[in-house]
Design a protein around this ligand. Structure first.
Ligand code: HEM
Length: 387
């Protein structure tokens, strides 16, 4: 019998391509104890959905197992229903009130400008020259806040991405917490006087009632939203651009109007930026017959679930017409992403901008990857623009 695969998410081979290992885990070890992370790793779609939705058994909020959460880490992501409900509803309704058409036009124009600025025939780094400035610009436009300094913000975002891997690399915690505090300080600066009255922050201030106005939960959550937007858009634009540069005819196929509702979802299923998330069991339970004890950490590998053949036909193929596509790239349950429409809109804007400019991407050199496991992201993507 061949040994079951070792799940070592920060190894160079896994950073390059984790999907063959996920495929073996789906068949051979759907639930296993990872000694390094001190967590159960769960990969099958049905099990991941259950962990994410069954919040009575699986907590996001560590205080439910007696852990104290410092003020600077308290936000919507660290709360569970029913306490989470009013804050989440407030954030979701502020998000829904944003003018998506205006933001989409702004996004396409911004990317077109960046593409047009490249010198013909010269390679450039798509991550530094398009993905990062675009993610910063469009996240600031969504929240209606001034654009932070790019180098400064890239450092904050990277520190937070490293913190998400703290189960694997606890030495990242101090740097991650320092980054979170810098992010919260930035968030504080947006509150007293937001720019204009259209952005998400201005909307939040208008909607917040006595319970929330002045509360650090709302300010920390707003800062967290900025980073959730920046970090995932940066990474997803890179993952999508890599596919566009390497899969023949993907751009024209994606640009067909019939694919507008399904194409980007499929790219996120196929190679999304959020590889996993975690919860803590608050009661003894069974997953696939394995006993999980109260207090145990459970990691759900969303990107593995997205290749589960029990749910997705030909999961290793990109099928731009896939429907239904119940991928977990945006999570599920009470913590599911409520920026998903905006995330998809941003990736679609990049596709439209490439199409409108009449250009295609071609690899100029092998890309490099960031050594982060929870967020799957390129660091550099050298490309040519072919006209
Ligand atoms: C392609 C882009 C995106 C991807 C792949 C993505 C992915 C995810 C995933 C997987 C989760 C669930 C995490 C968990 O269950 O622990 C999540 C949560 C979240 N996302 Fe996104 N996201 C994207 C874009 C955005 C954007 C643009 C925003 C902007 C507001 C955003 C805001 C949030 C927030 C606030 C949460 C936490 C919700 C809660 O805990 O109640 N995301 N995202």
């Amino acid at each position: 019998m061949t040994p079951t695969p070792t799940y070592d998410p920060l190894s160079p081979a896994m950073l390059r391509d984790p999907y063959p290992t996920y495929t073996r885990m789906l068949e051979e070890q759907p639930v296993h104890w990872h000694a390094g992370m001190r967590a159960w790793v769960v990969v099958r779609h049905a099990d991941c959905v259950r962990v994410l939705r069954e919040h009575a058994t699986f907590a996001r909020d560590p205080s439910r197992v007696g852990e104290k959460i410092p003020d600077f880490r308290q936000n919507v992501q660290m709360m569970d229903p029913p306490e989470q409900n009013p804050l989440r509803q407030l954030l979701v309704s502020a998000m829904r009130s944003q003018d998506k058409d205006r933001l989409f036009r702004e996004a396409v124009d911004f990317v077109r400008g960046r593409l047009a600025a490249q010198r013909p025939g010269e390679p450039f780094d798509l991550m530094a020259d398009v993905s990062a400035p675009f993610a910063l610009h469009i996240s600031a436009a969504l929240l209606g806040v001034p654009e932070p300094d790019d180098a400064d913000y890239a450092e904050i975002s990277h520190g937070i991405a490293l913190r998400m891997d703290s189960g694997l690399a606890p030495e990242n915690i101090p740097q991650g917490d320092a980054a979170r505090k810098r992010l919260n300080d930035l968030g504080e600066s947006w509150f007293p006087r937001p720019e204009g009255d259209n952005g998400l922050i201005a909307n939040l201030i208008r909607r917040a009632d006595k319970e929330f106005s002045g509360s650090h939960y709302i300010r920390n959550s707003a800062a967290m939203m900025f980073n959730a937007s920046y970090g995932t858009i940066f990474a997803m634009v890179g993952n999508a651009a890599y596919l566009l540069a390497t899969v023949p005819d993907l751009l024209p196929e994606l640009s067909r109007p019939s694919r507008s509702a399904t194409g980007v979802d499929e790219l996120i299923r196929y190679d999304g930026p959020a590889q996993g998330t975690s919860r803590i069991a608050v009661a003894d339970t069974l997953i696939e017959g394995t006993r999980i004890a109260a207090g145990d950490n459970v990691v759900t590998l969303l990107a593995a679930a997205n290749r589960d053949p029990r749910v997705f036909a030909d999961p290793q193929d990109i099928n731009l017409d896939r429907r239904p596509n119940p991928h977990l790239g945006f999570g599920s349950g009470p913590h599911a992403c409520f920026g998903s429409e905006f995330g998809k809109l941003s990736v679609t804007a990049v596709i439209n901008a490439l199409s409108d400019e009449g250009v295609r991407l071609r690899l100029a050199a092998e890309p490099t990857r960031r050594t982060t496991a929870t967020v799957r992201s390129l660091d550099t993507l050298p490309v040519y623009l072919d006209r």
